[in-house]
Write a protein that binds this ligand. Structure first.
Ligand SMILES: Cc1cc2nc3c(=O)[nH]c(=O)nc-3n(C[C@H](O)[C@H](O)[C@H](O)COP(=O)(O)O)c2cc1C
Length: 194
């Protein structure tokens, strides 16, 4: 959807294809993942690793708080903000464990820094003084000069959306949203105030 385009597709995936970078673009979008296990809201910034015809994928550490929360309640919201395009995407859905081949692909696609972070991002590491953290980081690189695979703590989730809201701003008129809600018959589309 562009500012001069008043039409919107019946299938939200057509808009996602236009709004999100392709999966092989190394510049991954940032998103907020909101959880609500036991009715307690929580949120954090994550990379959107991939999206496909099923939904949105993110990756994290099995020992993280969000993993415990998702085990208790998989219902989530995602927020993606694209300030230079005056766009915002809100997603509500359910997170489920991502398949093993997707986990491998996503790890390989991470930058060398983020691959190493997946190994060293522990409470024990965080508790070290800076000089020790720098030394341990450097030693890991030296010890793994031939490369390394994904740690057992690497995990990921697929968020299957039930509702997507595309917000479009326009400095010359009011912002507005196009809301897609999943129904047994397909996607219901509504226009909402911004
Ligand atoms: C720009 C940015 C990108 C981040 N990307 C990720 C990510 O892709 N995966 C991840 O587990 N944490 C990522 N983090 C760290 C999370 O925001 C969060 O601190 C961490 O995952 C622990 O969250 P939790 O305690 O809610 O589980 C990112 C943080 C920032 C600021």
């Amino acid at each position: 959807m562009t500012r001069s385009d008043d039409t919107f597709p019946a299938d939200p995936w057509q808009l996602l294809g236009a709004w999100l970078p392709s999966n092989d673009d190394p510049a991954r979008p940032l998103m907020t993942l909101a959880t609500a296990a036991d009715g307690v809201p929580d949120a954090r910034t994550l990379l959107l690793s991939e999206f496909d015809e099923h939904g949105f994928y993110f990756h994290t550490d099995t020992r993280s708080r969000k993993v415990r929360q998702l085990a208790a309640d998989g219902r989530v919201a995602l927020m993606l903000h694209f300030p230079d395009k005056a766009r915002q995407l809100t997603v509500q859905g359910v997170a489920e464990p991502a398949p093993a081949d997707e986990l491998r692909r996503a790890f390989r696609a991470r930058s060398p820094y983020l691959q190493q972070l997946a190994w060293q991002n522990t409470i024990e590491f965080a508790g070290l003084p800076l000089a020790d953290r720098l030394a341990a980081w450097s030693a890991f690189k030296d010890d793994h000069a031939d490369g390394f695979g994904q740690p057992l703590t690497w995990t990921g989730y697929l968020v299957r959306p039930s509702r997507l809201t595309f917000w479009v701003g326009n400095p010359d008129t009011a912002s507005r949203r196009t809301e897609y809600t999943r129904t047994p018959e397909g996607w219901a589309v509504n226009l909402l105030a911004g």
